[in-house]
Design a protein around this ligand. Structure first.
Ligand code: 5GP
Length: 218
C-alpha cells in the first residue's frame, strides 16, 4: 500500500454544496425519488421542512416534517427562521434556515422537496447554489391513478390536488431541468445524472485552484 496518488486526491477536492430542488405535482413521484436519492447518496441530506399540516399515517415528526402548530409557525416567521415559506393547499410550509448556509461551505448538499413558490424564493435568496428539477407525470390520468392508489386522501382531496397539479405544472418552465417520470428507475437515473454533473461545475469545485497550482508545480 503506497501513498495515495494525486489522482485519488483529486476525487476528494473541496467543493461547495448545492441546494437540489425536486418539485412536481403531488403524486408525480418526487417523494419516492427523494427517498431513493437519500438512500443511495450520503453526500446529500434532506432539508426537513416545518408544516402546519397534520401528520399522515406513518409520517414521523422531525424526519418527514417538523409538525408545528399555527402559533409556532407564526413565531418562526416573526423570528425570521425561514429561508422561504409558502401557503400550499390549506397549510403553511417552510424551510428552516438552520445550519444550511454554513454547511454549504463545508460541501454538504441539501435536497428540497418544495413547490414552485419555495423554488422561486430560494432562487431569489441564493441563485448560485440552487439546482432545480421539475418532475412531470406521463399524463394527468396516470397522475390521478397514482393519487387514488395512495388511498390516504378522500375523493374531494384528490379532486382538489388534481386542480392544483395543473397549477403546479404550469410552472415547469421556471426550472433548470425537467424529467418525465414514466418509469421511476429511469427517472431516477436522469435525476442522478443532473446531480453528478452539477457537482462538477467549475464554480462549485473550490478546491481546484490549490489543486491546479500544485499540478503546475507551485
Ligand atoms: P405534502 O402535504 O403532500 O407533504 O406537500 C404538499 C406540498 O408542499 C408539496 O408540493 C411540497 O413540495 C410542498 N412543500 C413541502 N415543504 C415545503 C417547504 O418547506 N416550502 C414550500 N414552499 N413548499 C413545501
Amino acid at each position: 500500500m503506497g501513498e495515495p496518488t494525486k489522482h485519488s486526491q483529486s476525487d476528494k477536492l473541496h467543493r461547495r454544496g448545492l441546494l437540489f430542488i425536486l418539485s412536481s405535482p403531488s403524486g408525480a413521484g418526487k417523494t419516492t425519488l427523494s427517498h431513493m436519492l437519500l438512500k443511495q447518496d450520503s453526500d446529500i441530506t434532506l432539508s426537513v421542512s416545518a408544516t402546519t399540516r397534520p401528520p399522515r399515517p406513518g409520517e414521523v415528526d422531525g424526519v418527514d416534517y417538523h409538525f408545528v402548530s399555527d402559533a409556532q409557525f407564526d413565531a418562526m416567521v416573526a423570528e425570521d427562521e425561514f429561508y422561504e415559506w409558502a401557503h400550499v393547499f390549506d397549510h403553511r410550509y417552510g424551510t428552516p434556515k438552520g445550519a444550511i448556509r454554513a454547511a454549504l461551505k463545508e460541501g454538504q448538499d441539501f435536497l428540497f422537496d418544495i413547490d414552485w413558490q419555495g423554488t422561486q424564493q430560494l432562487y431569489q435568496k441564493d441563485q448560485q447554489d440552487v439546482v432545480s428539477v421539475f418532475i412531470l407525470p406521463p399524463s394527468l390520468d396516470e397522475l390521478r391513478r397514482r393519487l387514488e392508489s395512495r388511498a390516504q386522501d378522500s375523493n374531494a382531496v384528490i379532486d382538489d390536488r388534481m386542480d392544483r397539479a395543473r397549477a403546479e405544472i404550469s410552472h415547469w418552465a421556471e426550472y433548470d431541468y425537467v424529467v418525465i417520470n414514466d418509469n421511476v428507475d429511469e427517472c431516477f437515473d436522469r435525476v442522478r445524472e443532473v446531480l453528478d454533473a452539477e457537482r462538477m461545475r467549475r464554480t462549485r469545485q473550490t478546491g481546484l485552484i490549490p489543486f491546479v497550482r500544485e499540478l503546475m508545480g507551485g
